[in-house]
Design a binder for this molecule. Structure first.
Ligand code: THU
Length: 132
């Protein structure tokens, strides 16, 4: 199966489990790690609004917990007409485990809408190498 289709299916499988009673905006995300394994996450909101977490954060946490250390590709799936591009904080979360040319796929219910590279969404970024 095409890796994008695999990521889309994984994100769709968890999007419906999102805990989004406040925004009512359910998001699913899936990452492909360096071993070819796929890890998914959904947004988990909280009555104390700022404590809520994005789908990408959940997917990345699942990857790390499973032993993955590199993001080969990531997909974000949300409803609505607008592109569900990762928020600023999630761009930085992706940055920790990805390369400038790592694809960030943005999808809607009908399928893939657009693909960006990490460098397009987070240019001149700060990462682990900056601490060396
Ligand atoms: N959200 C994500 O999970 N990922 C994104 O890329 C954009 C926004 C969530 C956060 C919040 O629970 C809801 O969508 C509305 O912002």
């Amino acid at each position: 199966m095409d890796p994008i289709d695999t990521l889309f299916s994984a994100a769709r499988a968890v999007q419906g489990r999102a805990h989004a009673p406040y925004s009512r905006f359910r998001v699913g995300s899936a990452v492909l790690d360096e071993a070819g394994a796929v890890h998914a996450g959904c947004n988990v909101e909280n009555a104390a609004y700022p404590v809520g977490t994005c789908a990408e954060a959940g997917a990345i946490a699942a990857m790390v917990a499973a032993g993955g250390r590199r993001i080969g590709a990531i997909l974000v799936l949300g409803d609505g007409a607008a592109l569900v591009t990762p928020c600023g904080a999630c761009r930085q979360r992706i940055r920790e485990f990805a390369a400038p040319d790592t694809p960030i796929h943005v999808a809607g219910p009908e399928g893939l809408r657009r693909t960006f590279t990490l460098d397009e969404l987070l240019p001149a970024s700060f990462g682990p190498d900056n601490l060396a």
